[in-house]
Design a protein around this ligand. Sequence first.
Ligand code: 21W
Length: 200
Amino acid sequence: MRIDILTLFPEGFEPIKQSIIGRASQNKIIDINLINMREFSKDKHKKVDDTPYGGGAGMVIRPDVVYDSYKSVYKENSKTIYLTPQGKTLNQKKVQELSKEQHLILICGHYEGIDQRVIDEIAPEEISIGDYVLTGGELPAMVLVDAVSRYIDGVLNKASIEEESFTNNLLEYPQYTRPEKFLGREVPEILKSRKSSKNR
Ligand code: 21W
């Protein structure tokens, strides 16, 4: 799977280059690309935003900057997602659906907001990661990439994934390891008398 992330803050994505996702990326299992939308500004000062029509505080991201970054990565088979607090809340079913796509384009939202015309033009699927306010769409994009990556062949070892339906996951049972006694608390007797399936 290829994932192109359109953002004004590509530095925010360092954590994803580490760990499991980073390894999958190095092994070319997932191909994650960060596109700095600022590079698509035609302005000599690389300006990407401007004051809102109708007034109000803050600035709005220019539509041409978003559109040109989008066009630089768009293909016939692209699925485009706009991470925005107004979007539909991400859930495991959606994560599974997205994991079947060949190419994701993630547009990171921004407190300032993006000019509505480019959103109307691209007509991306709008996704939120929950009902709380963050400073941008970068963490949500990483959350989505992390959740989707788990379903890509070769990212995780198989055992963890298939049998583990979301329902099973919610009904996760408590787990124990050594020592047998910790601060006076024992491992449940029923578990101590059973050999691990690994050793069977
Ligand atoms: C916060 C964007 C507030 C927009 C007028 C002008 C992406 C997110 C985000 C952010 C606003 C997600 C305004 C859960 C999130 C995200 C930054 C509202 C204010 N009014 N999922 N500007 N929570 N957050 N706009 O915050 O981009 S997915």
